[in-house]
Design a protein around this ligand. Sequence first.
Ligand code: ADP
Ligand code: MG
Length: 332
Amino acid sequence: MGEFDLIARYFKRPARRAALGVGDDCALLQPSPGTQLAISSDMLVAGRHFFAAVNPRTLGHKALAVNLSDLAACGAQPLAFTLALSLPGVDEAWLAAFSAGLFALADAHDCELIGGDTTAGPLNICITVFGEVPVVNRQSQALLRSGAQPGDDLYVSGTLGDARLALDALLGKISVSADVLAQARVRLECPTPRVALGLALRGIANAAIDVSDGLIGDLGHILECSAVGAELNADCAASLIATSACLERAGAKFGNELTQDQRRTLTLCGGDDYELLFTAPPSQRSAVDAAAQTSQTPVTRIGRIEAETGLRLVDGQGARLPPAYASFDHFA
Ligand code: ADP
Ligand code: MG
């Protein structure tokens, strides 16, 4: 099968919203009047971002999910994406599964594949997504990293640390039971981009970012871009490992119950969660709750933004944790 047959069979579908989709030199996309385009790219490299032998269906899902997560963090409505694919060879079973996983998520978000590039080479997937954000009174409604204000509450969506737990288990750094691994692995291989929450937070949140590199690292970007500091309740964050209950049950059996330190490290420093981390003024608490409700996405308040720069970690009782802990990383 040649390059063009491959594209036609696995990636070309009739254009829907795009003015022109796959098949010409450029795709044509017409953003809605009164909107800005939000654009983001993410590349996934075999051996670095995923195991080459990973299930191709979940890989197709994840390649798009990590990109949609960036749109979510901006409060952008997904429109379309391009796919640049480097493949070691033509494996039709792999391509069928990869494109099925990719299109299932794309269809769920009404996000259309409008073009790309296909070449032979080491397995590598690069997606660029396009979304739109309204402009109201000449003011972009995009959520940015730079908008956090002293006094803002700090929130995170969903769960934290499970993806890292799965990675460590797959790398043999920690041994967990099969059911714990299965549950954590879904978070690693099949993350849920929080698009509905991002949209619901427009006009409510002052700043947002998606958690791809770990809570502390990504919070650091908000703090730096907004020139503020924060107090973060490490144990509140540490309670957000979804697999923890399951792990505790398995812990007795495996003798490897997570210590408080491991729990903090997984949730504060682990990556690949693709949750939204955002700030909003206390006056918006009920609006944040409503946004969580409408988007059916749990959110947890884990700290607050302060004028004094730097990150201060406290434990569940509010006692200050050593500052070194903030930069502490078992896995570095
Ligand atoms: P060109 O040589 O003009 O860059 P190509 O021959 O690479 O065009 O691609 C032909 C058409 O197929 C283009 O419309 C391109 O956007 C599309 N395309 C190529 N690879 C992919 C892919 N992996 N997924 C979707 N569309 C693709
Ligand atoms: Mg080309």
